[in-house]
Design a protein around this ligand. Structure first.
Ligand code: FAD
Length: 445
């Protein structure tokens, strides 16, 4: 057997988790005045960033095809870290303050929705207080909570929120704890130049430390050597390569782990089962529509508005974000079954579908004449390296911090137990990557 490379740590995946972990390993070594560990990051895709990456549209604009915004603005620890570390600039964004709703349900205007959210928050506080009196920290689903409120309109609002906020069709799948206990709030920010600016900066920093991110390297298996001294990774790249590492960090999504896309020996099923049992992947995609500048005037829609489109003849509600930029872009967020549907549409069907949603917002007759290039639908569900949007926790389930099985550690947006750190989001990925590095470093010789 030909082992190409021997490392202290092999990290699988160059998303936020993997890149953060690599940077943190270097940082700990520097803080403790120890040699910088030999680290390699293996990424199956041809582009780094995983679910936090940008793509250039046919009109030349760069857009975020995964993570859209840093919710909580500068309260968001990942975005704050990146902005300060790499001296980046960002533009504020608030999905609650700049929201319009188009619906045939008269009860879903902004005033009512604020009222419904207050009712849900109050009911949750009452529920929690009662549980706390009994020393209980149990969870319940959004459906169960709304049933206690017993109000038809609030349950309609819950249905809408579960789709546009949590990315699932049914509020019965929404854990109240995850729905409500994120402290970051509705404000947020977007990075000037797109999220790739952060990813490129992280990779640049690693390159300065001679840490390479090897693209086009699909890890097929991670096997402990028979004597237990290291992990042997079999990788498909241009041909096949073998890597050996003292510690291995896997940062792939819950969808990839559940599909058993990587072989482990000894099997890690018993370690992973308690984590994966409570989690699944929300199906979530974006349909990105480049528009000419006259669209805004012709449609009467303001730049940087968040538009909720909810009609009873459409299976899912949509959230449309008119991006703040010189040239407008409408981003339609699509969840659940509709998300799987848009992934399969060709350009002409996608145009038809987009027109049917956007004409609810603005009755433009000549929608096509306002387009400034091809419409792009992301394909996160079909992508075998991700298999969905992000992890969702079933009501009553538990998230765990990174876990280890022998010399293999698992981290990622799903492996972040604290609600305070926004699991399922980039902030959760960042925390998970840091925690993983902190647990791996002391194990290096
Ligand atoms: C449409 C969408 C919108 C979102 N919006 C937001 C938002 O507004 N704000 C927010 O905070 N979060 C948002 N998220 C969630 C956020 O993008 C993720 O939580 C975060 O990017 C996950 O990072 P990660 O590193 O844990 O996983 P990933 O980004 O999935 O990284 C894992 C990497 O592993 C690679 N990989 C997989 N298999 C292998 C293999 N066998 N060998 C080698 N490499 C492999 C993958 O290619 C990938 O690059 C959104 C996600 C989506 C899809």
């Amino acid at each position: 057997m030909r082992i190409n490379n021997e490392y202290d740590v092999a990290i699988v995946g160059a998303g936020v988790t993997g890149l953060t972990a690599a940077i943190r390993l270097v940082e700990i070594a520097q803080q403790q005045q120890k040699p910088i560990p030999r680290v390699v990051v293996l990424e199956a895709d041809q582009e780094p960033g995983g679910r936090m990456r940008s793509q250039t549209l046919s009109n030349g604009l760069s857009i975020n095809i995964g993570a859209h915004w840093g919710h909580g603005g500068l309260n968001n620890q990942f975005f704050r870290w990146a902005i300060n570390r790499y001296d980046l600039t960002a533009c504020p964004l608030d999905t609650a303050e700049t929201r319009m709703t188009f619906s045939d349900h008269s009860c879903l205007d902004k005033g009512f929705m604020d009222h419904a959210m207050t009712r849900i928050t109050t009911a949750w506080e009452c529920f929690k207080r009662r549980q706390a009196d009994q020393g209980d920290r149990s969870d319940l689903s959004l459906t169960s909570l709304v049933r206690k409120i017993d109000d038809l309109s609030t349950s309609l609002f819950a249905q809408y929120k579960s789709a546009v906020w949590m990315g699932v069709h049914d509020p019965a799948e929404v854990s109240m704890r995850e729905f409500i206990e994120d402290p970051n709030g509705s404000g947020g920010l977007v990075i000037d130049g797109g999220n790739d600016v952060i990813i490129r900066s992280m990779i640049g920093e690693l390159a300065q430390r001679n840490i390479s991110v090897v693209m086009g390297s699909t890890v097929l298996s991670a096997l402990h050597e028979p004597d237990g001294s290291s992990v042997h990774l079999r990788v498909r790249d241009e041909e096949y390569s073998d890597y050996k590492a003292s510690q291995c960090l896997i940062t792939t999504s819950v969808g990839v782990l559940k599909a058993s896309a990587i072989d482990f020996d000894p099997p890690v099923f018993s370690a992973l089962r308690p984590v994966l049992a409570d989690l699944s992947m929300a199906q979530f995609n974006k349909v990105i529509v480049p528009l000419k500048t006259d669209f805004m005037k012709a449609s009467g829609v303001e730049v940087d508005t968040h538009i909720a489109v909810l009609y009873s003849d459409h299976p899912n509600p949509y959230l449309v974000h008119m991006n703040p930029s010189g040239k407008p872009i409408a981003t339609l967020f699509v969840s659940d079954k509709e998300s799987r549907y848009v992934e399969r549409l060709n350009q002409s069907d996608l145009l038809h579908w987009t027109r049917s949603v956007l004409t609810r917002v603005t009755p433009l007759q000549d929608f096509e004449s306002h387009l400034d290039g091809d419409i792009v639908a992301t394909k996160w569900g079909e992508n075998p390296l991700v298999r969905g949007g992000y992890s969702i926790l079933r009501p009553g389930g538990l998230r765990h911090d990174p876990i280890s099985s022998g010399r293999i550690t698992f981290a990622g947006e799903a492996f972040c137990a604290s609600q305070e750190h926004s699991p399922s989001q980039v902030e959760g990925a960042y925390h998970s990557g840091r925690m993983a590095a902190e647990s791996i470093f002391p194990k290096l010789g």
